[in-house]
Design a protein around this ligand. Structure first.
Ligand code: ADP
Ligand code: MG
Length: 681
């Protein structure tokens, strides 16, 4: 087989027609290489030939039998039957919907055959219905063994798939390995071809630490990291350095009602250096909820504006955009700049005016939602784009975004989702990273308590007191991802119970409401017209509710630690003490108790993210899945932590412009070539 053959559609294979292609597509098997990457998840043991007096009903077994008689009843719905025997007994092999001619050929009378399939018992006789394999004795080696089992959907016959997969693996093109032999040896890996053929044996594919498995993990990681680093090279092109002095920013800093934290100062410095450099900035600020990212970005913007450029600040939601707009008007009130606000709701007339002010350069700063980028908005001289709470963007969107900004536009993203160190490269390998690790000094630590749901009555007086003190409360109901209906009804029920206790003081927000209704309720809460907000979905990230200081989270073990941490970060942003109460349904497992302890002990989002990863593994971190972080197919940041480091090192040190074409096969194998649209590879 030629090397590139495996990047063809599966229908190029012998025996794969349109029907089968369709079913394979459902399993995301579209190209031949997807068959290579579809590893067995188990195996069926057909390795022992059992006597007919040793059969176990319900088990898959192989037997060696002599064909005695075939019967083809001429009555509809009655199956065709082949009666077979060995020295110890007899068995019926039963077929529905198989033609007589076909069966007569398959089962010549008096011939010995190997039959393998699930054993049933019917009418006081053993039988196998539609056996998986029927073969002559001389071919028994193909059947009587451990046979890998692949994850397939209905419509794909296991035997058929096996034969296709074997055909591909047997004819695997011999590739020039992109890893050299020493590197392979030193790092306990194995050559690519060997690794793939081993992995189609369940013994190697089940052991995530086998050389073969490690190799495929390493390849997957390299492909990812390489794509990211290519993306980075593309974005971080030459630009004209921005020239500015820091005076305006310093005047503003002096007037702030607080002192910047050291973290904020050093991140601002990193950003300013980027802005003044000869390469475009492509940077992300990572900082816990409430660590004060917004002010840092505004301070960076004012420098740019003062040096004659325009800036734009994009938020994921209207309310958040509005908050940023209000804040920037306040912060920049003594600076003579024009700030505009644009969302999807902005009326046509205003939109036209905004646009003309942008294109003639009157507007210095445009704040809004992603309407900023979607519509025909023309900046005269865009110098910096800031995107808040960007964790929903993938690599492709990030690179599109950078393109839209134009060659002179620096890009700054901000995210409040702390990422464990191991995941950093996988997610943000194309960006420079700044971390805000401190919280504003005066901020009080949120008190975190846990309680069994049964004792909910003990907290009503506390809640009552909060309302009397004019405080506000979030009440988060269990998040049940599988059923939005259940999700809805549980919050609704809770709402009714609470509403009875605190008349007219409670609001309900859930996924079933449309955007405008949600917005209305959030605004009501912001304006303090209601005291308690019951919600199902996670309350929008980033919105500042300075008056909320209590959050109650029901069924808290449904959430990941990182997510609980994010949720509790919504309260205690003002001057008052914040409290978070975690409610639990049943008695808690050891693991759950450990998790609560971590949460009580620490308010460092990065530490919590690391611990969460260790305790729960990567697979079921709800928080990560929601932030749009895709799972790898093979790599797992907990199980393969060292390979993450190794791949990061490898991509940084071994791959350069001269040798990168030899990685094109690898990039194609993991669908990365198209994402970054690499033609020259
Ligand atoms: P986030 O990082 O979650 O976006 P924000 O930028 O919304 O956080 O800041 C949260 C709150 O903390 C805001 O009310 C902001 O004014 C305040 N804040 C920011 N920096 C400081 C600081 N250094 N000291 C005290 N308060 C600060
Ligand atoms: Mg924010």
């Amino acid at each position: 087989m030629k090397k590139d053959f495996i990047f063809n559609e599966v229908n190029k294979l012998k025996g794969v027609g349109p029907q089968l292609s369709k079913y394979l597509k459902k399993k995301k098997i579209e190209k031949i290489k997807d068959i290579i990457l579809n590893l067995p998840y188990s195996e069926t043991d057909r390795s022992i030939i059992s006597k007919l007096n040793e059969l176990e009903v319900g088990k898959i077994q192989s037997i060696k039998v002599k064909v005695k008689k075939l019967s083809f009843p001429r009555i509809r719905n009655l199956p065709n039957k082949i009666i077979c025997e060995d020295e110890t007994g007899i068995i019926d092999i039963v077929y529905f919907n198989s033609r007589e001619g076909y069966l007569r050929k398959l089962f010549p009378v008096n011939e010995w055959l190997i039959v393998s399939g699930k054993i049933n018992y019917f009418n006081k006789k053993y039988q196998i219905t539609n056996p998986d394999y029927v073969t002559k004795l001389e071919n028994q080696d193909y059947v009587v063994k451990n046979i890998p089992k692949y994850n397939l959907t209905k419509g794909i016959n296991e035997k058929k798939y096996r034969s296709i997969s074997e055909q591909v693996i047997k004819n695997l093109p011999i590739v020039d390995d992109w890893l050299d032999e020493n590197f392979i040896k030193e790092n306990n890996l194995i050559g690519w071809n060997k690794s793939i053929s081993n992995l189609h044996n369940f013994n190697a594919s089940k052991d995530y630490n086998s050389k073969s498995f490690r190799r495929i993990v390493f390849d997957e990681l390299c492909a990812n990291f390489l794509a990211l680093s290519e993306n980075r090279n593309r974005i971080k092109k030459k630009k004209i350095p921005k020239k500015f002095n820091n005076k305006t920013a310093e005047t503003i800093i002096k007037k702030l009602p607080f002192e910047l934290t050291n973290s904020q100062k050093s991140v601002l410095k990193e950003i300013n250096l980027d802005l003044m450099s000869h390469n475009r900035m492509f940077r992300i600020i990572q900082g816990d909820v409430g660590s004060g990212k917004t002010i840092v970005s505004l301070l960076a913007m004012i420098n740019i504006i003062k040096s004659g450029y325009q800036c734009t600040f994009m938020s994921p939601t209207e309310i958040l955009a509005k908050q940023h707009y209000e804040l920037s008007k306040k912060i920049f009130k003594d600076v003579d700049i024009k700030i505009d606000f644009l969302t999807g709701k902005t009326e046509y007339k205003n939109r036209k005016e905004i646009n003309s002010n942008l294109s003639n350069g009157k507007t210095d700063l445009l704040i809004g939602t992603h309407a900023l980028f979607q519509k025909k908005i023309n900046f005269r001289k865009l110098g910096l784009a800031v995107i808040d709470e960007q964790h929903k963007f993938g690599v492709k969107q990030r690179s599109d975004l950078a393109k839209k900004g134009g060659d002179e536009c620096d890009v700054l993203l901000m995210s409040a989702t702390p990422i464990p160190r191991t995941m950093m490269m996988s997610l943000y390998g194309d960006m420079d990273i700044s971390k805000i690790i401190e919280k504003p000094a005066k901020r009080k630590r949120i008190i975190t308590l846990s309680k069994p749901e049964k004792k909910i009555n003990e907290i009503w007086p506390f809640i009552k007191k909060q309302i009397e003190d004019d405080n506000q409360i979030f009440w988060v109901c269990p998040l049940i991802e599988e059923s939005s209906f259940l999700d809805y009804s549980s919050a609704k029920k809770k709402f009714e119970i609470i509403e009875k206790k605190f008349k007219n003081k409670v609001g309900l927000i859930h996924g079933g409401l449309d955007k405008e209704e949600k917005q209305k309720i959030l605004e009501k809460f912001l304006d303090k017209k209601i005291s308690i907000l019951v919600s199902t979905t996670v309350i929008e990230v980033g919105i500042d509710f300075p008056n909320a200081n209590l959050i109650i989270i029901e069924n808290a073990n449904k959430f990941g630690l990182a997510q609980l941490h994010q949720l509790r970060g919504r309260v205690g942003r003002g001057k008052k003490q914040g409290t978070c109460i975690l409610l639990f349904k049943e008695s808690l497992s050891k693991n759950a108790i450990k998790r609560i302890k971590i949460l009580k002990k620490s308010d460092d989002g990065f530490f919590i993210a690391e611990e969460d990863l260790k305790l729960r593994g990567f697979g079921d971190l709800i928080g990560y899945q929601q932030s749009g972080i895709k799972n790898f197919k093979f790599a797992d940041p907990v199980k393969h932590e060292n390979l993450f480091k190794l791949a990061e090192y490898y991509v940084k040190n071994h791959i350069n412009e001269i040798n990168h074409t030899k990685y094109s096969f690898l990039l194609k194998l993991f669908d990365k070539a198209e994402i970054i649209n690499i033609k020259e590879f």
